[in-house]
Design a protein around this ligand. Sequence first.
Ligand code: IVH
Length: 671
Amino acid sequence: MPQNDKIKKRISDLIDQIRTHDYNYYILAESKISDYEYDLLYQELKQLETEYPEFIKPDSPTQRVGSDLTKDFPSVQHTTPMLSLSNSYDEQDLYDFDKRIKNMLKTSDEIEYVAELKIDGVSLSIKYENGFFSKAATRGDGFFGEEVTNNVKTIKSIPLKVNSKNHKIPATFEVRGEVYMEIEEFKKFNEIRAIEGLKLFANPRNSSAGTLKLQDPKQVAKRPLDIFVYYLLSEERKFDSQFSNLEYLKEIGFKINPHSKLCKNIDEVIEFCRYWNKGRAKLPYETDGIVVKVNKINLQEKLGNIAKSPRWAIAYKFAAQKTITKLLDITWQVGRTGAVTPVAELEPVLLAGSTISRATLHNRDEIQRKDVRIGDSVYLEKGGDVIPKIVEVELSKRPADSKPTEMPQKCPVCGNKLFFPENEVAVYCVNIECPAQIKGQIEHFASRGAMDIEGLGKSLVDLFVDMKFLNSYTDIYFLKNIRNKLITLERFGEKSIDNLLNAIEKSKERTFDKVLFALGIRFVGAGVAKKLANEFKDIDVIKKTSVDKFEQVNEIGPSIAKSLVSFFSNSKNNENIEKLKQVGLNFKIEASKKENNIFSGFTFVLTGTLAKFTREEAKQIIEDLGGKVTSSVSAKTTYVLAGENAGSKLDKAKNLGVQILNEEQFIKRLG
Ligand code: IVH
């Protein structure tokens, strides 16, 4: 053999050997050689490639980490959109899903499903050409993602060349999967960041997402990214089933999750969900549910997709997660109403995807009932988006010298003596000049559901109150008079101050119900404010309304009624309202709005999941246009607005002959 061919052959052998060792180590987690032996092979390859660069092959392990920095990540269109999944939260939802599938397929035969762990990471698409890794892209908005090829190449469990021995490989194919970090790896990684004084990542998912977007692949290579692949797409190959696809992916060299299960019917799926609901705590990575997929690809094709998700799959979300941590301290927080509530300061702990270091203890009764003491080990629970809560104390771990916490007698912010009303668990600071209350009120006033003043968030409110630029929410509209002072503040430039002042001016357009909500009247949430605005139409009418009259309004009970009367009997509140009126806020339902009542007299029932709106948003739109939204379908219903996975309400509407609108038709009506 000529010398050059010998070298080429040796390079090829080394690549094959290293690939096999990588596969054993990164995918099967069983190394067959020592690190030293592995390093010798790698060094020999590297040496040969330096001497003979013309023989460098694209699938060489030395090519995982390129030296070029990525300046930007080009946008790429996904050949097939990367869909998301509809969610389900309990077993009944899964039975309904199964029933829908059978109905749509017009069959009563059992449907086979594949149940897979839903890995809490970042989804990724990877394309292969002639068996070689070619391109990788993030999900993005599902249609366009960002190309992150160079970074993804560094993930060792992704084959640069698939194993074609005994397998026919399509000339082009795409795999999709979830990039994740193991919990322990993530913790170690964050610890190092802490030592280096860098910002910590909240959870493994954020950390994976951030890593995929680093500009330097060398840095990516240092981070513990991994992947589970769960989806195969190729135009050339006709697939039989999801489960056989997973097996095929495994055989040609991909890392697939070992816990996926082929289930004969939905009952087996439910059993799997029950098992992992508990079992997931022992997994080294985070999962937030189970993905249930119809196994047979021909059935998947028959079922097809709706706008954003396939009809043939559903995500079952796990219920609350639990963990244990230490209660370091109990602090007291003063809210906008003056209520003083205890807050648990916790040793930071990872729970359901985020690091928790504080949790509310609600009130003094709660502390007593649960007998929570500083130094205790406490169980924390969190479900979905719910705020974490302390559910129980682990008494066996209680320090011998622990004592019950005592209630403070003075406001922790202004030092005023606290008020303990009889028959109430709440405790109040009644000093209306207490900075904590003022801050809370202004923050509420400017918040999303209220005046929605962009940029005026907690930190800015705190600063402006501390600097005495704001003493009440009415002062917001006079900030423009001190623009010169504001622009000299260290953190801000002219531009950001002008943006803020513009946002403040814009907030004057908010409708009456938002203004009413922004006032922060006790018990008057966004819904009640809307009700009051629609019913009374003008603040001057509301001001004169008695407790009895308020109570005659549907949904307004005695506490709200009393609170309203008490609010409007306070002269300070009325002064504030007058000031706000003068600067131009809406204290009436505008005439123009009344005219745009295209849904006046119409009653809607919402069902299923809409793609473009949440239920709340759709309800708001209908009500803004004069319509009513009720919860059950009857002969009086004008329209049922049916989103995806609509259930019994849709059937009822059909039976009663009520008109059904889909989302698209609804949007058309809106013009
Ligand atoms: S299948 C159309 N399988 O969950 C198929 N997704 O809300 C959709 N995910 O964006 C994806 N583990 O990021 C699938 N075993 C799994 C998954 C999984 C995690 C993520 C994925 C997707 C999201 C769906």
